[in-house]
Design a protein around this ligand. Structure first.
Ligand code: PEP
Ligand code: MN
Length: 337
């Protein structure tokens, strides 16, 4: 259920409604809006309490939210969620996040960060903990990788997006990360999602490689319902029979998610295609489709990368792709940030 407060409802009236919801044994989630406040209710199984809430002072309407995901639903919040982080605002313009698949050594991560910063990119991606299909593949530098990211952040000022693999690493990752990434393999790791719901950091939640959009939104609901409203969704391709690309990038996720949810959605054209040569076209398509940004792999020497080299743009290719996005963004009336 959702309680919509009237435009002139007072803070005391909002608190009184929240208190009444608690008395029913439910959980209130106060959602401030540009003109009015709404209060999402979770934990209730039926319409019980609806009439009692409807007649309270300051209440405009009590409505049933029909979607299975409640707090991330458009029904609950019509205004888009924006996430203010590291000098950029995700969900209000087109935000490009770039960087290598993995942090490999100080020289390459510093070089990439300095280059991207000069290009106007304000968020650097790079995994310290890597989820690899093979246990024999490079697993990331772990805590040493986090320390390198901290150094890069201190020296350049760039914000850090980095993945967390398990609950045990959340605190260490959150110390360095401006945005904590949840990978495709962990989208349905509910213990991890619950832990991240208590974290005061934005979460970049990637779509599971075989997940429906409803499952993605339900995963986001775990994070938001626990109290962390700053979730950025990421489409990174799903498994299909198509084998010319690593995954099939589902760009239709952008308008679908847009219609179902208020959360921002960005596109990962690197994992979506698996081949650097296809990344610029899908990046332009993401912008044209209305995505809130890109998560793109960039490496100073892709041929020498320890992971995902084939899908990583080198610095010149990134510069060219980024430059080509600008006139397109201008034509669409979208600000690049
Ligand atoms: C990554 O971003 O490097 C990554 C491992 O992505 P995904 O979880 O989408 O495979
Ligand atoms: Mn990767």
């Amino acid at each position: 259920m959702l309680v919509v407060m009237s435009v002139d409802a007072t803070q005391a009236q909002i608190e009184a409604v929240a208190q009444r919801i608690r008395e029913f044994g439910y959980t209130p989630h106060v959602i401030p809006g540009a003109t009015r406040t709404a209060i999402g209710i979770t934990g209730n199984r039926g319409p019980e309490g609806q009439d009692a809430l409807r007649v309270m002072p300051g209440v405009d309407a009590v409505i049933r939210v029909t979607a299975p995901y409640k707090l991330v639903s458009r029904e609950t919040q019509s205004e888009p969620t924006t996430v203010q982080v590291a000098g950029t605002r995700i969900g209000n313009g087109f935000t490009v996040i770039g960087g290598p698949c993995a942090v490999e050594n100080e020289q390459m991560i510093m070089e990439t960060a300095e280059f991207l910063w000069q290009q106007g990119v304000r968020l650097l991606r790079g995994g310290a903990f890597k989820p690899r299909t093979s246990p024999y593949a490079f697993q990331g530098l772990g805590e040493a990788g986090l320390r390198l990211l901290a150094k890069v952040k201190e020296r350049t000022g760039i914000g850090i997006v980095t993945e967390v693999l398990g609950v045990e690493d959340v605190d260490a990752v959150a110390e360095v990360a401006d945005v904590v990434q949840v990978g495709t393999r962990n989208m349905q790791n509910y213990a991890l999602l619950r832990r991240l719901s208590k974290l005061r950091r934005p979460i970049l939640l990637k779509r599971g490689m075989a997940a429906t959009l409803e499952e993605l939104l339900m995963a986001a609901e775990y994070i938001v319902s626990g109290g962390n409203r700053e979730v950025i969704l990421c489409e990174r391709g799903v498994r299909t029979f198509a084998d010319q690309t690593r995954n099939t990038l589902d760009l239709s996720a952008v308008p679908v998610v847009r219609s179902l949810s208020h959360l921002p959605i960005i596109i990962d054209p690197s994992h979506g295609t698996g081949k650097a040569e296809y990344v610029p076209a899908m990046s332009r398509a993401a912008l044209a489709a209305g995505a809130d940004g890109l998560l793109v792999e960039v490496h100073p020497q892709p041929a020498r990368a320890l992971s995902d080299g084939a899908q990583s743009l080198d610095l010149a290719a990134f510069r060219e792709m980024h430059a080509a996005l600008r006139p397109l963004a201008a034509a669409l009336g979208v600000e690049m940030c």
